[in-house]
Design a protein around this ligand. Structure first.
Ligand code: UN1
Length: 501
């Protein structure tokens, strides 16, 4: 972390990291970095503006010229060392993440583990990065394809997976030979700075990844607009993603978007209810419901709805809210006050819409927790699919139960959503499971498993309003950060005209 003189407070000033050094923001503004469990001020971000983004983009462009010519297997070795170093610092990074955005420690460790997995995985891609060869239609002519890097790519990432989600973008961008301007969420500057410094310590040349710190308006917008930045890869809210998309279209840039979800778990009448209960509690209230893959709709067969409700309420009451750094905490705080207000606003909407509140529905006011942004895990039941709480992404610890009569009805409700990230079904009937796997129109489908738990070597992404057709992690992520180049080599010594001769 950058710990230069602080102006008036004892929390450190956090500065952007460009070309291997700290750079103060020229906006003159500061943004607070607050521990959401305690209200403690961890740092004050010196907000970067267009000038720092320009410096970062030009620095990246210079670094790109060398990085693209570094053989991909050598780039892979650096990625491998990054993975090793993250592994060594796993605990340290997890604790910092927990303090900064409130994820409970064991989940923060998982977040860091996802980055380790991703960097190891993409390191191996350095010895593949497959193109293909195919016969030419002419004699004495040869054709092949290669993946070229795009150049400088802009990454805009959220606070909810502050190490894992950036890694899904950084590792493929880097292995393909791109340089990066990364704007992490304004709520997680510390962990982002630690991460970029770690990458350089592992051997990444300074300037290949540059971090610009600040909110979207001041710092994100210039990233989207900068002419040297050819690709914008964004994960975050639908509202911001759509705005980026419009701007990127105007500027003729490639943009990959990973936005909201309204993921559903279907529970059939033959389901293993113990397993379903456990999976729902994990999917709905893990990361305090602040995941794109969080289960926020529960489509429960009417034959088991009463029993499942009882088990869920019992389960929720056993969840311990607390400081995320305590090993026995199950649910941490919401990331900031704005989100807390938003979540409670949706609970009010649910009440007005006539949904029945089963449990939760309020902030926590007792003891130490009153200092942080804690909200009780909340379940509504007797929800109808057209209510706002059944349609809009809440991004907090709120799940709604919609009773259904059949598998067909569950599939229809599941698919009738603006979003299409993940879905899940609990059934012991293989025929129903296969029908669901065929007919659920989300990017990810889980059978007898909750809606979260993506692995890095498989495509991650969603249909409809969740994204714009690309996938993250997996080898498919390379498509976001490469241009296909087709090379024809004519060794006939004469002019051969395709489609003519
Ligand atoms: C996200 O919510 O933005 O599968 C990412 C999961 C995690 C990643 C979620 N591995 O829920």
């Amino acid at each position: 972390m950058s710990t230069q003189a602080t102006a008036g407070a004892d929390a450190p000033v956090l500065e952007s990291w460009i070309g291997g050094r700290s750079v103060p923001g020229s906006t003159g503004q500061f943004y607070p970095d607050i521990n959401p469990a305690t209200g403690e001020l961890l740092g004050r971000t010196s907000v970067a503006g267009a000038a720092e983004v320009d410096l970062a983009a030009r620095t990246a462009y210079e670094a790109f010229k060398k990085w693209r010519l570094t053989p991909a297997p050598r780039r892979g070795e650096i990625l491998y060392r990054i993975a090793q170093l993250i592994q060594e610092r796993k605990e340290e990074l997890a604790r910092l993440m927990s303090r900064e955005m409130g994820k409970v420690l064991f989940e923060a460790r998982g977040d860091v583990q996802e980055a380790i997995d991703e960097f190891y995985y993409m390191a191996g891609e350095g010895r593949r990065l497959f193109g293909f060869t195919t016969p030419s239609e002419m004699p004495n002519k040869f054709a092949y394809t290669v993946r070229d890097p795009v150049g400088v790519v802009g990454l805009i990432t959220p606070w909810n997976f502050p190490i894992a989600v950036p890694s899904w973008k950084l590792a493929p961008a880097l292995i393909a030979g791109n340089a990066v301007v990364w704007k992490p969420a304004e709520d997680t500057p510390l962990v982002s700075l630690e991460f970029v410094k770690l990458m350089e310590e592992a051997g990444l040349p300074p300037g290949v990844v540059n971090v610009v710190l600040g909110p979207g308006k001041q710092t994100g917008v210039p990233v989207v607009e900068h002419p040297l930045i050819r690709v914008i890869s964004f994960t975050g809210s639908t509202q911001t993603g759509r705005a980026i998309s419009v701007e990127a279209a105007r500027l003729g840039k490639r943009v990959t978007l990973e936005m909201g979800g309204k993921n559903a778990i279907t529970v059939m009448d033959d389901a293993n209810l113990d397993l379903a209960t456990e999976a729902i509690l994990w999917s709905a209230f893990g990361t305090t419901g602040q995941r794109c893959t969080a289960a926020s709709r529960l489509l429960v067969h009417e034959a088991v709805v009463d029993e499942l409700q009882e088990r869920l309420v019992e389960g929720v009451q056993k969840l311990r809210l607390g400081n995320p750094l305590d090993e026995d905490t199950n649910v941490g705080p919401i990331v900031n006050e704005k989100q807390l207000t938003r979540v409670h606003g949706y609970v009010e909407v649910g009440r007005q819409e006539g949904a029945q509140l089963l449990t939760g529905g309020e902030t926590v006011q007792e003891g130490e927790l009153a200092q942080g942004y804690f909200y009780r895990p909340t379940i509504f039941t007797r929800v109808s699919p057209d209510m706002r709480i059944a349609r809009e992404e809440i991004f907090g610890p709120v799940a709604v139960i919609i009773p259904v009569k059949s598998l067909e009805e569950a599939i229809e409700i599941n698919n009738d959503s603006e979003y299409g990230l993940s879905s899940s079904i609990f059934t012991q009937d293989v025929n129903k499971a296969m029908q669901a796997a065929r007919d659920l129109t989300t990017g990810i489908v889980y059978i007898n498993h909750g809606t979260t738990g993506a692995e890095v070597h498989l495509p991650f992404g969603g249909t409809r309003g969740t994204g714009n057709g690309h996938r993250e992690a997996s080898v498919q992520a390379l498509d976001s950060f490469t241009e296909w180049k087709t090379v024809y080599i004519d060794y006939s010594g004469r002019l051969q005209r395709a489609q003519i001769d």
